[in-house]
Design a protein around this ligand. Structure first.
Ligand code: G3P
Ligand code: CA
Length: 253
């Protein structure tokens, strides 16, 4: 067992088993004893925060409409469950208040902001009305402007900068390097990185981030050996489509 407690965060809810980013997926994640949930949030044209991954509702709810150009009423008519199987028919697109309300005491939510800083007034209202402690919430985003603004607006809420890794075809160098990540975290005021699972996340990577007093979160880890490797290094969380199953595979983690 590692010395550090690593949280298992349910990616888009229990999205292996249930339709992503629906209340069915989030409630199932809690039933499966996830330590937290992750969801993707966007602002509708009438200023409501809804939980949808893609810019369009097409893939998960069948209508090719941009969330930013849709009203809540239009989105509420859609079925975001049936693509995953008949038993999920009727699962709707949730608003953020419903998702926040589902978070039990002692559990966490990673709010991924998929749009821009225009979401913050509505997010402020939703968080204030949720009754959640700041420690139960993290804001994550790829967009560094969103991270900077989140830290200004919610200084007591942790922010994690999302990044993928790319390999230079000529040199083989993987970017961003741990030093580049630390520089970005310092620049944006982020409390840590939330990066894609990659071999480049090794002991040295972890040491560099720890020395800078930054957290390390990893997505999306559905594989037992990858999870064990990361647990042994003491990362702060694993975001996984299969939180319940993965926890069971690694008893005494
Ligand atoms: O948890 C971070 C991860 O969700 C970012 O990627 O595309 O699944 O939102 P994506
Ligand atoms: Ca996400």
């Amino acid at each position: 067992m590692n010395k550090h407690t690593t949280a298992f965060i349910a990616h888009r809810g229990a999205s292996h088993d249930a339709p992503e980013n629906t209340m069915a997926a989030f409630n199932l994640a809690w039933q499966q004893d996830a330590d937290g949930i992750e969801g993707d949030f966007r602002l509708t044209k009438d200023g409501v925060i809804v939980c949808v991954h893609d810019a369009s509702a097409k893939r998960t709810a069948g209508l090719d409409i941009n969330i930013a150009e849709a009203s809540l009423a239009e989105l509420r008519r859609l079925d975001a469950g049936c693509w995953k199987g008949d038993q999920w028919r009727g699962a709707g697109i949730p608003v953020i208040d419903e998702v926040l309300e589902s978070v039990p005491a002692g559990k966490r939510i990673f709010i991924e902001i998929k749009c821009g800083v225009e979401i913050f007034p509505a997010l402020n209202k939703a968080l204030a009305g949720s009754g959640l402690d700041c420690g139960q919430v993290a804001i994550i985003a790829f967009d560094t402007a969103v991270i900077i603004e989140a830290k200004k607006k919610f200084p007591r809420i942790k922010t994690f900068w999302l990044t993928n890794f790319t390999e230079d075809k000529n040199t083989g160098a993987v970017k961003p390097s741990p030093d580049e990540i630390v520089a970005m975290l310092e620049k944006t005021g982020a409390d840590g990185v939330d990066c894609r699972e990659h071999a480049v996340v090794d002991q040295q990577f972890v040491q560099i981030l720890r020395k800078a007093h930054k957290e390390i979160h990893i997505w999306t880890v559905d594989n037992v050996s990858a999870a064990r490797r990361l647990l042994d290094m003491g990362v702060d969380s694993l975001t996984t489509n299969r939180a319940g199953w993965l926890k069971q595979q690694i008893p005494g983690r």
